[in-house]
Design a protein around this ligand. Sequence first.
Ligand code: FAD
Length: 541
Amino acid sequence: MARLDTETLDMLLSTLKEYAARELTPQVLLKLDHEDVFPEKVLKDLYDPQQIGIHLLFVPEESGGLGGSAWDIYRVCEVMSGIDLGIATGVLATCLGADPILVGATPEQKAHWMGRLADEGLLMAYGATEPQAGSDLAALRTTAVPVVEDGKTTAYRITGRKQWISNGGVADLYTILANAPGGPSWFVVEKGLPGFSHGKPEDKHGIRASNTAALFLEDVTVPADRLVGGVEGKGLAQAQAVFGYTRLMVAAFGLGAGWAALERAIRYAQTRIQGGAPLSQKQGYTHKLLVPTAVRLEAARAYIEWTAERIDGGEPDLATEGAVAKYAATEAGNRTAEDAIQALGGYGYTREYLVEKIKRDVRITTIYEGTSEIMEWTIARDRWQHHLKTKGTWYLDWAARLGGSAETGAPLAAQALRSLAALFERCRLDRLTRNQHILFRLGELTAWAETAAIFSERAASKPSTVLPLGAPVLAAMARVYAREALVRVASDGLKWATAAGQTDAALAQSLALDRAFTAQAGRIEDEDFLARELARAFPAG
Ligand SMILES: Cc1cc2nc3c(=O)[nH]c(=O)nc-3n(C[C@H](O)[C@H](O)[C@H](O)COP(=O)(O)OP(=O)(O)OC[C@H]3O[C@@H](n4cnc5c(N)ncnc54)[C@H](O)[C@@H]3O)c2cc1C
């Protein structure tokens, strides 16, 4: 998919930022959060083509939209979540709601619904989750019973309950996953139909500016042409098909919210004097609370950008890459916000400085669109299959062709991939993945190794230009990250394989444990440099 031209994207981003500076001041955001209010007017403004027309980004050009690429959506999602993750979720819900149509609808259905979304700025909602069917969507109980007249299906009667639906109480249009006789299928359901109602807004930990509600469907009758794609039983495949893309959006949320917290902490540290000097000059503070998460966020960004480019290049089946991006970015974003509270001390623990709100908001990103544990599982299962199919050479080949340079930590990232290959093989020989925990830990270590590989390669060849950090800073970050990934794969890998009863006395050598530790030499110096550069990039005031 073609990217928007730079001018159009920049204009969209700056219009969003100007709108936020004008209408969404910290006071307004804190009030929305405190009073638990869904800001209907803000969503209307965002959808108003005279102002921003944000929904047009998700609508194909042929239906009157902008036809934004995965790259464009990553950039917009990062900026929106840096403003307010609750409001960003309200927008994401429309994109999610439209996805089953974009992926699975007939050309007529697509033209109709996407055209209406573009013209009317409809708020949409995506109704998949049910009280007993969360991570395990296949357990869904909502049914769609065909209404047959003269031997022809003319309508469906939908009955069931949906849980935790973003925009659930405020949407104009819903896509609902229900079991038809042919299997799980998506249906387009308009608000206000007889038998269709919603619960009161959930009283949530964070993203309180978003509306989340249960949906109740009792014999809600929709014409047969509301079955997405016109064929029953394609629902789970359609949900799966959009994951690469939607998980990338939530990854961008983790990134944007994480940086929103981190920027505040970096600036604060320069003015807060303790022990006779600014905190920004205290190594025990910067190297614990600022530098590590800055590095993790930028590693996740590299992986997000790499995945977005591949999606836009037309590559299918990038659900696992989407999972790695989401897992790395949202875990980093969550950790960043947690550390930002600590970095601001008592002030961080109060509402006024916003990091406390960001922490509550970003927490959702490791839960919705697939929890972190489900991401670990997804990543591990897929890469395990690659390991088996290639007889153990999948990561060895990747390590051999890895670009980058010593300057960007590439040899260490390549070693992390080789150590991962050794770990997978040991798990295979000793049948360790019969322990679910081991499989999930493989997912975690895989995400570290892959992000390290991509970060070290891109820091050398395509350093991101989104933040004012510069190539030498990104190179130092990539070195620090590669060291961390390697030591995690080698030492955690050894720990977990041993815990599960591995039988190789020389596994530490196969995992290059010695090298993982000697590779840490120079890390403090890199972190000193990064602490200075972060303060330079985000000065106080
Ligand atoms: C604010 C909010 C907005 C949301 N918006 C939407 C929306 O718009 N549309 C929609 O359809 N859904 C939405 N959801 C639902 C969300 O996607 C689910 O909450 C999520 O997928 C997890 O499902 P669950 O809550 O049932 O938890 P569960 O699946 O019960 O998981 C509970 C815990 O168990 C772990 N777990 C689950 N399965 C396994 C397993 N097999 N092995 C090991 N561990 C496991 C999970 O990782 C998690 O830690 C939203 C949720 C929230 C809170």
